[in-house]
Every structure is written in structure tokens, then in C-alpha cells.
Design a protein around this ligand. Structure first.
Ligand code: GLN
Length: 527
């Protein structure tokens, strides 16, 4: 039988509940407990792949090709695991499978209802995901009180009834500090717990999210109104890096609380690697200015895993990457702005659609001609090929057919197997693929191996019929996809560091295991 830690959110969203959940996982893992984490998203999309990054931030891609919520990225980075797509459960998936079963006749003769049919499907998915682990964390997205959340709260309430003490409820809620009166306000938290109780859920513990440490008086008040003992109230106040949160909660006894409450067999916690990583992260000796060029730059969450991957690489080099966000639409208006930014390195980011692409191409041209260390990721790689085709090979009007279907030189085109695709959801080239590395290249020196595995999310790719011309002009293909023999990595030899990948190296980066292309970029920038 699985042991579950169900985490709900109160007061408002966007307070870093996912980081708290990931931290709880890290705390258990530090004790040798095997941990898994599931994110529940109450929206009706089947997955995050069809949503605008402006609304929900980055789409995190799992090894098995799931397009999931970015919280799965926090879980993977904090737990150092690869989670399957089924660890992101959405209302869309749940309703779709219930309705499909109804049409098949699986419920013949019955009235199909929210309770028990939908709640049973939710429970089935949670229990299935939990299989084989000591503990599974279940984060219910959104805020208590949302209509869409109700079936999930009801399903987990039932699980508590069925599994008893093997289910723990933890409520994470924001406690605002009112500067006019100089006090913390616990009332919104009290209301959110009261709301939770209306659905039959009494939290076993509360994690107070706040700007600064809450005072003892507030803790007493929360204990009284939330009906939770004071020793089960923890405080995750703002710290300078999310990677400190496990250590902060550990100091307050969260680990011992969970071990006792779930009756876990565990060893003394070991944070040696983690603490070393955090100390290198927070006291770096060097700084590098990294230009981040894309079109969703107003919401850096759209590129969350790339930001984290750069931080991991920075920690390994004792360097802090200072991110300079470059809106590619602005570059189109004023290309000279790039010179004024004092960049040590340039990353051209993933993306879709035409808007801002000429600015991204300009950014690539700048990095190439000014010999500034450059990394292109996915779309950034495709545009690097376009830039090279236009400005080095001399193919006027070269483009990706995604951006200009009539281009005279379609150096980037739809992958052949994508031409049959007629539904847009979940149909890209997705997930882990093996990449063969070409010997005696920059890629080979970075990876130090003949092959690697990286994650993917794209439809377009390098048009192989242009390869001879591109190679003739100096473009080197240094990585090939093993299964279909398509271009995965390109590089330019006469440049301090110019590399671009069709895959997304950011998704497999871990705090203490940075991915080579990011380390290489920062190393080149430092020198
Ligand atoms: N739009 C491009 C494609 O579909 C790049 C996608 C991406 O950057 N993730 O191939």
C-alpha cells in the first residue's frame, strides 16, 4: 500500500508550492526513503503542451514524452529522478478516460457520476503512480476553494479514509505581512483551512509561506485556528535560492515529523552534496553576463529549466550567470542594442511561430561575428542554421518552413514523420532520444562520450538536402539522432564557442550534475 503526502494550497497561487513539495521529497530522500511526486492540475487541458507559456510557464518534457507542468521539473531536479508522464494528472485526462469508458460500455446500466466514477479514476491514477515507492507526494494544483479542485480533494479525502495513517495532508498557505501595522495576517490562512475542513480534510501540518520569518504569536494563532499542533507548523520564508528550502525546512523538523507520522524506516539525513552545491551557488567568485534571447522574456518562468540549468552549470564553475533578458522583438527595432548589453555569452531560446524571429537571428549573427560564446536551443538551433545559410552560405531568403512556407531555401523543414500529423496535442517529437556524438568535435570534448541521451520537443529539423552546402561553408554537424539519423548538434569551429542543439539539454540538468553544453558555455564566457 502506498504512503501518500497530499499537499494543498491556500490563500493564493504562485507562492512556490511546487518548490515546497520538491523540498519535502528531498528531505525524505536525504534519509534514504524512496520518493515519487505527482502533480495534479485541475484544468481541462489533457496536458500542458497546448497552453501558452505566458499563462503557465514552461512546458516540462518527461523522458517518455509527456508535456507536463513545470513543477515536474522541480521534482526531477530536487529528487534527481526521471518521472514518467503519468505523474502529471489533469482533469482533462481524468474526464477523457471516464467518458471513453462510458462509451465503450464499461459502466453499462449505471449513471456515470463525479462521485464515484471520476473520483475512482483519480484515485486509480494516484495509486498507480505511487507503486514501488516508499512515499509519494501528491501536489494538488490551484488553491483550496477553486471549483475545479473539488473532485481531487474528494478523491484524496476518500484515500485517507481507505489508507488511514498512510495518508498525510499538508496545507501550504501564504501569510501576508502588513507593513502599515507591522504584523502578519493569518486570517486568510484560517479561512483556507476552514474551507478545506468543509470538504472533510483536516490538515496534519501547515507550511506557512511568507516573505520573512513569522513570529511565535502568529504560529500560536495558526495552531489554534487550523487545529494543528504548533510542532506541525513550519515556515518556508523567502530565501535567496529555492535550493535552500529543503535545508530550511529540515532545520525546523519537517523530516522527523514525516518519518514519525508515516512510520518510515530511515537513516540519519545526509545533505553533504546538497549543502556544497548551495554554498557554491550562493557565494560565487565569478560573474558572467548571459544574454537570454527569446520572445516570452517578460515571464522568465517560460524558460525555467534553462535558467536552472545555467545555475547548476554556474555552481560547478564557481560562477554566477547574470541573466540579461533580451526581447527579440526589441532587437528587430534596434539591433544595436546588443552591443550596449556587455554580454559574455548568448543563449537563443526555444520557441514557436514567427514573431520576433528576425531579432533572434540578429542575436545569433551578433554572437557569431563578434565571437561571443553562443548556445542555441531547439528553435535557437534552427535559427542558427537559418542565419548561417543566409549570411555565410549566401542563400538569400533561407528560412524554416514554420516561419515562411514559401521560402526559396527551406533549410529547416517539417520532420518527414510529422507530415502525417493531424492533431496538435501531444504529437511533436517528444522525450528522450539517443544522440550519437561525432568524434573530434566540440560536442565530443564536452560530452566525453560517443553517445548521450537528451529530451526533445519539436516538429521541424535541419533539411538534410542542404547539408553539403552548409558543411562546405564550415558548419559542422557534431551530433546525430540515433534512430532516424537527423541533425542534433551543430557547431562552428572558428569560434570560441558556438554550439546549438535540436534537443533540450535543460531538462536533464541536475544541481550536482550540470549538462555539458551549459558548462561549456559558461567556461568559454569566463575565459
Ligand atoms: N518551433 C520549432 C519546432 O517545432 C522549435 C520548437 C522548440 O524550440 N521547442 O521544431
Amino acid at each position: 500500500m502506498p504512503k501518500l503526502v497530499v499537499v494543498t494550497g491556500g490563500v493564493m497561487s504562485g507562492v512556490g508550492k511546487g518548490v515546497v513539495v520538491a523540498s519535502l521529497g528531498r528531505i525524505l530522500r536525504a534519509r534514504g526513503v524512496t520518493v515519487n511526486a505527482v502533480k495534479i492540475d485541475p484544468y481541462l487541458n489533457v496536458d500542458a503542451g497546448t497552453m501558452n507559456p505566458y499563462a503557465h510557464g514552461e512546458v516540462f518534457v518527461t523522458f517518455d514524452g509527456g508535456e507536463t507542468d513545470l513543477d515536474l521539473g522541480h521534482y526531477e531536479r530536487f529528487l534527481d529522478v526521471e518521472l514518467p508522464r503519468r505523474n502529471n494528472v489533469t482533469s482533462g485526462q481524468v474526464y477523457l478516460s471516464v467518458i471513453e469508458k462510458e462509451r465503450r460500455g464499461d459502466f453499462l446500466g449505471q449513471t456515470v457520476q463525479l462521485i464515484p466514477h471520476v473520483t475512482d479514476e483519480i484515485k486509480r491514477r494516484i495509486v498507480e503512480a505511487a507503486g514501488g515507492y516508499d512515499v509519494t507526494l501528491v501536489e494538488i494544483g490551484g488553491t483550496v476553494g477553486d471549483y475545479e479542485q473539488l473532485p481531487f480533494l474528494e478523491a484524496t479525502r476518500q484515500l485517507r479514509l481507505e489508507l488511514g495513517d498512510d495518508v498525510v495532508f499538508i496545507h501550504v498557505a501564504w501569510v501576508p505581512f502588513l507593513s502599515t501595522t507591522g504584523e502578519f495576517k493569518t486570517k486568510p490562512l484560517q479561512h483556507s483551512v476552514a474551507e478545506l475542513r468543509r470538504y472533510g480534510i483536516q490538515p496534519d501540518a501547515v507550511v506557512v509561506r511568507s516573505e520573512r520569518p513569522v513570529d511565535a504569536g502568529s504560529v500560536r494563532k495558526i495552531a489554534l485556528f487550523a487545529h494543528v499542533p504548533q510542532w506541525a507548523i513550519f515556515n518556508s520564508y523567502n530565501v535567496d535560492t529555492i535550493y535552500k528550502v529543503p535545508l530550511l525546512l529540515e532545520q525546523q523538523g519537517v523530516g522527523d515529523f514525516l518519518v514519525k507520522r508515516l512510520r518510515l524506516v530511515s537513516r540519519a539525513p545526509d545533505y553533504r552534496d546538497w549543502e556544497e552545491f548551495v554554498s557554491r551557488l550562493t557565494a560565487p567568485r565569478h560573474r558572467v553576463a548571459v544574454g537570454m534571447c527569446g520572445k516570452y522574456v517578460e515571464l522568465p518562468d517560460a524558460y525555467l529549466s534553462i535558467i536552472e540549468a545555467l545555475r547548476h552549470a554556474g555552481a560547478a564553475l564557481d560562477a554566477k550567470p547574470e541573466l540579461v533578458w533580451i526581447n527579440s522583438v526589441e532587437v528587430e527595432k534596434d539591433p544595436d542594442m546588443l552591443r550596449r548589453l556587455g554580454l559574455d555569452a548568448v543563449v537563443v531560446l526555444p520557441g514557436f511561430g514567427k514573431r520576433g524571429t528576425e531579432g533572434m537571428i540578429e542575436c545569433i549573427r551578433y554572437a557569431r561575428t563578434e565571437k561571443i560564446p553562443f548556445l542555441g536551443i531547439c528553435f535557437g538551433m534552427q535559427l542558427a542554421v537559418v542565419e548561417f545559410a543566409r549570411n555565410v552560405v549566401g542563400l538569400r531568403g533561407a528560412n524554416s518552413t514554420e516561419l515562411d512556407p514559401e521560402t526559396p531555401h527551406p533549410v529547416i523543414h517539417l520532420a518527414p514523420e510529422q507530415r502525417e500529423v493531424d492533431v496538435l496535442g501531444g504529437s511533436m517529437i517528444l522525450g528522450n532520444r539517443e544522440v550519437e556524438i561525432v568524434p573530434n568535435t566540440l560536442a565530443a570534448s564536452l560530452y566525453g562520450a560517443a553517445a548521450t541521451v537528451e529530451r526533445h520537443r519539436h516538429r521541424y529539423e535541419v533539411n538534410l538536402s542542404y547539408l553539403p552546402q552548409l558543411a562546405e561553408a564550415g558548419l559542422v554537424v557534431s551530433g546525430w539522432r540515433r534512430d532516424t539519423k537527423r541533425v542534433e548538434i551543430i557547431e562552428l569551429p572558428n569560434h570560441p564557442y558556438f554550439i546549438a542543439t535540436q534537443f533540450h539539454p535543460e531538462f536533464r540538468s541536475r544541481p550536482t550534475k550540470p549538462r555539458p553544453v551549459f558548462v561549456g558555455l559558461l567556461k568559454a564566457a569566463l575565459s
